[in-house]
Design a binder for this molecule. Structure first.
Ligand code: ADP
Ligand code: MG
Length: 376
């Protein structure tokens, strides 16, 4: 029996998961134990290439090119690139053709960059299983068009993988929760990640999921919350520090830590400590203060949800299950807003950062014949 693995190739983080003994589980980084691989590739000035957390760390500290959120450009053309994108990414001057990133004297396409991430996941799985890994299921957003899907397949091929199937992310999340076992129903999958918000309305009938509507905002996610918090804390420091990359990066990292802390605790401390810059700043933030600072950002998810329901021809009462996906749905205020929107408590039992990868592994298990009790 051929083994097939499930991959969530995410904008911010990617994961690889396995269906084993009838349960899906994420394969951890053997060194750090982290289930997530940051979707980051760093091309250092000396020609070496680094992936994941290492890439992020080096990108902040040394010379070279750090590429993140490359998924945004999968299957896109240069004509889709905005001025904001041009400030953030090293594009060649072309205004036509497929998107490419300039690294030294060479250009890389989004599938080529994504292939580095996929290869790293493949390596992680091979180290865990002590065998060759080649067959995979990769998830994609439900709204991905043909060229975005083709770009994802290309990334897999370039990484030496055999992509058995592309699976819609909201379908994967529903599979992870075992919702296909129900006779029928309507499912809302609310996915707030690092940089994107997606809402999908699915219909389940006879074990088959159908995407009725999708909506969202490709520029809305945890990054906006981190930026908002970093601005808020830096405002309390006297000097104009925003154009300073070192201070901004530290403030952003510390803001993210405060945000993550506040998903569990009632208060958290922001610490900006840069002794060589004579900066030592601390400030306590309560969850209540945090919520009032970020409420408008989270409320931007409401209009796309309404529109998706409308496009699906449904009312919020017609939704039987609400599934939360994405790290940002750990924020209690996000859960509250999703619950209010669909008038029912969402599923939160599974880790929202892992749920898509787990569902990809379930699908992989079905494809490889590992799971008898499931049909799709
Ligand atoms: P993507 O689907 O874009 O790859 P993820 O689902 O991995 O993204 O979500 C990443 C985002 O989740 C980041 O902005 C991160 O800061 C945020 N995040 C992770 N854990 C938490 C938490 N406990 N509370 C709030 N936000 C979190
Ligand atoms: Mg995601």
């Amino acid at each position: 029996m051929k083994r097939i693995l499930g991959i969530d190739l995410g904008t911010t983080n990617s994961l690889i998961a396995l269906f084993d003994e009838s349960v899906p589980h994420v394969i951890l980084d053997p060194q750090t134990g982290d289930p997530l691989l940051p979707s980051a590739v760093f091309f250092s000035a000396d020609g070496s290439i680094h992936i994941g957390a290492k890439a992020r760390g080096l990108g902040a500290a040394s010379h070279g090119v750090l590429l993140t959120s490359v998924k945004r450009f999968m299957g896109r053309g240069m004509e889709d690139v905005t001025d904001d994108d041009r400030r953030a990414y090293p594009f060649p001057d072309d205004t036509q053709g497929i998107v490419r990133f300039r690294v030294g004297h060479r250009d890389y396409t989004p599938p080529e960059v994504s292939a580095f991430i996929l290869k790293e996941l493949k390596k992680r799985a091979e180290a865990y299983l002590h065998e060759n890994v080649s067959s995979v299921v990769i998830t994609v957003p439900a709204y991905f068009n043909d060229s975005q899907r083709q770009a994802t397949r290309d990334a897999g091929r370039l990484a030496g993988l055999d992509v058995m199937r592309l699976l819609n992310e909201p379908t994967a999340a529903s599979l992870a929760y075992g919702l296909e076992k129900k006779a029928s129903g309507h499912i809302a999958v609310y996915d707030l990640g690092g940089g994107t918000f997606d809402i999908s309305i699915l219909r389940l009938k006879g074990g088959v999921f159908e995407v009725l509507a999708t909506n969202g905002d490709t520029r809305l996610g945890g990054d906006d919350i981190d930026n908002r918090l970093a601005h808020y804390f830096l405002k309390n420091l006297s000097v104009d520090l925003l154009p300073d990359r070192e201070i901004w990066n530290s403030a952003r990292a510390s803001a993210e830590a405060v945000k993550i802390g506040l998903s569990r605790e009632e208060s958290a401390e922001f610490v900006l400590s840069l002794p060589h810059r004579s900066i030592e700043y601390r400030q306590e933030l309560t969850r209540k203060e945090f919520e009032s600072l970020i409420k408008d950002i989270i409320e931007r998810t409401v209009a796309p949800c309404r529109q998706a329901l409308k496009d699906a021809g449904l009312k919020s009462e017609d939704i039987d299950d609400v599934v939360l996906v994405g790290g940002s749905t750990r924020i209690p205020l996000v859960r509250a807003i999703a619950q209010e929107m669909f008038s029912r408590p969402p599923h939160t039992e599974l880790n929202p950062e892992e749920v898509v990868a787990l569902g990809a592994a379930v699908e992989a298990g079905i494809l490889s014949g590992d799971s008898q009790d499931m049909i799709l």
